[in-house]
Design a binder for this molecule. Structure first.
Ligand code: PGA
Length: 252
């Protein structure tokens, strides 16, 4: 079963509108002849609308970094899938470890957001991963599979409607990467759990991205693992010169 690789740039809390527009123009120009890989960028919320305009006609998806699972109402400060779709989003990251750690996001909250996104035909990129403490205690698979089950409660598991991202917390923004073999072990376990709970077709079609200090120098080796279907890139997505080579490395 072949899955088209996908490389997504998580810009986190970075880039003014002018900087975001410049970056996406650089990515667009640098990948215009690239085939065999799907691309997504996730700008800060204030840049979503202008980046959507800069992406017009380009085969590059647009993701928000978070959402709230209601359409409209008295939810000061929040953004809904309805409004994200309205500005041109195609995807939304949910359950990123920074949100889980700094903003108290729970698996149940992640599942509610993913369901709300799917109801508006947006594709959730559901993130999960263990902390260093959990890895050192030998709990990596237990933690990741537990997060997978709970974060997908009520979510449609289908290759066109869901993307997963395994991001070991200790590898995010630290320069430390999981070895390709360690990452593959987790990706494989996640896929087998999908197979068990959601059937072979879903398990074979859902893309599972790796995230955590992915850069041009380590991308090819990570992305050549059989169950690693792409990358969720933070720091290295902030410059076209580092994001584009990662996108190129995903093509096989
Ligand atoms: P990093 O971030 O590439 O800077 O480690 C990845 C992420 O948080 O998605």
């Amino acid at each position: 079963m072949s899955r088209t690789p996908l490389v997504a740039g998580n810009w986190k809390l970075n880039k003014t509108v002018a900087e975001a527009t410049e970056l996406v123009e650089g990515i667009r120009a640098g990948t215009k002849d690239l085939e065999g890989v799907d691309l997504v960028v996730a700008p800060v919320a204030t840049a979503l609308h202008p980046v959507a305009a800069a992406l017009k006609g380009a085969p590059i998806g647009l993701a928000a970094q978070n959402c709230y699972p209601e359409d409209t109402g008295a939810f000061t400060g929040e953004l809904s899938p309805l409004l994200l779709a309205d500005v041109g989003c195609t995807h939304c990251i949910v359950g990123h470890s920074e949100r889980r750690q700094l903003f108290g996001e729970t698996d149940a909250g992640v599942a509610a957001k993913a369901q709300a996104l799917q109801a508006h035909a947006l594709v959730p990129i559901v993130c999960l991963g263990e902390t260093l403490e959990q890895r050192e205690a030998g709990d990596t698979l237990k933690v990741c599979l537990g997060q997978l089950d709970a974060s997908l409660d009520g979510v449609t598991v289908d290759g066109d409607r869901l993307i997963l991202a395994y991001e070991p917390v200790w590898a995010i923004g630290t320069g430390k990467t999981a070895s390709p073999a360690d990452a593959q072990e987790v990706h494989h376990a996640l896929r087998e759990r999908l197979r068990e709970k959601h059937g072979a077709a879903a398990a074979d079609a859902v893309r599972i991205l790796y995230g955590g200090s992915v850069k041009p120098a380590n991308a090819a080796e990570l992305l050549s693992q059989p169950d690693i279907d792409g990358a969720l890139v933070g720091g290295a997505s902030l410059k076209a010169e580092t994001f584009v080579p990662i996108a190129e490395a995903a093509v096989h």
